[in-house]
Design a protein around this ligand. Structure first.
Ligand SMILES: Cc1cc2nc3c(=O)[nH]c(=O)nc-3n(C[C@H](O)[C@H](O)[C@H](O)COP(=O)(O)OP(=O)(O)OC[C@H]3O[C@@H](n4cnc5c(N)ncnc54)[C@H](O)[C@@H]3O)c2cc1C
Length: 387
């Protein structure tokens, strides 16, 4: 067992840390207030070559893997959780193409997405089907050399800036086996953004509601050229990216705890610094315990993914990391805000933003409840055995 980061890991972490401090931090408050997608963040990630880490070099990525991606996400999420989401989005719509695309499809779309010349979004959730994605209703019907796409997708992160949409649609009967995956031109006739959301947090990355009305999608855009494989591509993608959502939580918690610690050193009460009160010291100790536990879970989960261990028999490890790290971020954001007292509640400090942003993490890419379904099922099925 080796807990040391490699030279490559350290380089990626340092690069992300520099961007976090120079580009992300100065505008974190502003992007939350305006809700405008920060193109400058994306450009900095692009210039640093951080957008292809989740995709192998043979397909146009940089092939670093999910652990290095987590390291970068952790650094930027210390200052702005949406910046972490932007890096997650370098894998969310692209990995279905990596898992399911033919070599021609991979070469057609992935290099431009990994370099940052193009952007994509992942379209699974529908108005009536979130956790129960296998019941989705968007339909793609074959018509000559095309499919005709009709339906609705909601809460699509980065949808307003996407060039391509990785869309999961029903081509067959009910259930998971009837679902296929397509790459859809976001500007094709019949693709419409009906609205964006006025969100509580993570406001820098808009979520779009799409409607598809008789959209002609070339049959060559069906991933793998085979119907009925789409749900697998979606699940492999979500499983393998669970550590990256956890990393957003770890980074957010580190940013919140670090900020509160510096403040507590300066603030005076009853003739002491706030940090001199044992009650406050122990709050920090509890934050540290949880951050360290979550970081280790996330790194281990990311390592498993990089070993190719993200199929059903390993899924509980990924769910444990995602559930714990994202719930931990909520607890730490809560306590860090509390340390600042009234000031923590005000927009003069970033803690109320961290608190709002953390709330997103236990919902997206599989809620905490759904993670517990996966974990308890693994115990019942003896994939996870204690004793
Ligand atoms: C900010 C944001 C960004 C998002 N970005 C994207 C995106 O880019 N692409 C995309 O496709 N989707 C995206 N989503 C959607 C997200 O993945 C879904 O919200 C999530 O999967 C939950 O679905 P739902 O909201 O429909 O909740 P529901 O599935 O309706 O669940 C409602 C409640 O029931 C619980 N529940 C549901 N099923 C079970 C069960 N079997 N056992 C126990 N409890 C259960 C849930 O945990 C939840 O508490 C985003 C959501 C948000 C908030």
């Amino acid at each position: 067992m080796d807990f040391e980061l490699s030279e490559e890991h350290r380089l990626i972490k340092d690069t992300a840390r520099r961007i976090a401090r120079e580009v992300v931090a100065p505008r974190a408050k502003e992007v939350d207030e305006t809700g405008e997608y920060p193109h400058d963040y994306f450009e900095a990630f692009k210039q640093a070559g951080l957008l292809g880490m989740a995709i192998p070099e043979s397909m146009g990525g940089t092939g670093n893997g999910i652990l290095p991606l987590c390291l970068a996400i952790e650094e930027v999420a210390k200052y702005e959780c949406g910046a972490g989401l932007m890096l997650v989005l370098s894998g969310l719509p692209t990995r279905p193409i990596m898992f399911g695309g033919t070599p021609e499809q991979q070469q057609k779309w992935l290099p431009a997405l990994c370099s940052g010349d193009r952007k994509a979004a992942f379209c699974l959730t529908e108005p009536d089907h979130g956790s129960d994605a296998a019941a989705l209703e968007t339909r793609a019907t074959r018509d000559g050399d095309d499919y005709i796409l009709n339906g609705n997708k909601v809460y699509i992160s980065g949808g307003t800036v996407a060039d391509y949409l990785t869309v999961f649609a029903r081509t067959g009967g009910p259930g998971a086996k009837g679902i296929s995956a397509f790459v859809v031109d976001a500007h094709a006739a019949g693709v419409r953004v009906d609205r964006t959301d006025d969100k509580m947090g993570v406001r820098s990355v808009p979520t779009a509601h799409f409607s598809f009305s008789d959209v002609r999608v070339p049959a060559e855009n069906l991933l793998g050229g085979v119907e009925g494989q789409g749900f697998n591509h979606a699940m492999f993608t979500l499983n393998s990216l669970r550590p990256t959502v956890g990393a957003r939580g770890v980074g957010l918690a580190e940013g919140a705890a670090g900020y509160a610690m510096e403040w507590a050193r300066e603030r005076k009460a009853f003739g002491n610094s706030v940090i001199d009160f044992e009650a406050i010291q122990f709050m920090f100790a509890d934050m540290a315990i949880q951050i360290e536990a979550a970081r280790n879970l996330v790194y281990k989960a990311a390592w498993l993914v990089d070993q190719g261990k993200f199929m059903k028999e390993y899924a509980h490890n990924l769910s444990i990391a995602k559930a714990y790290a994202t719930e931990m971020a909520n607890r730490v954001a809560f306590d860090a805000l509390q340390v600042l007292g009234a000031q923590g509640y005000m927009k003069d400090h970033p803690l109320e933003r961290h608190y709002r942003d953390a709330r997103q993490l236990t919902i997206v890419e599989g809620t905490s409840q759904v993670q517990r379904v996966v974990i308890s099922r693994a115990m019942i099925d003896r994939a996870l055995v204690y004793g």
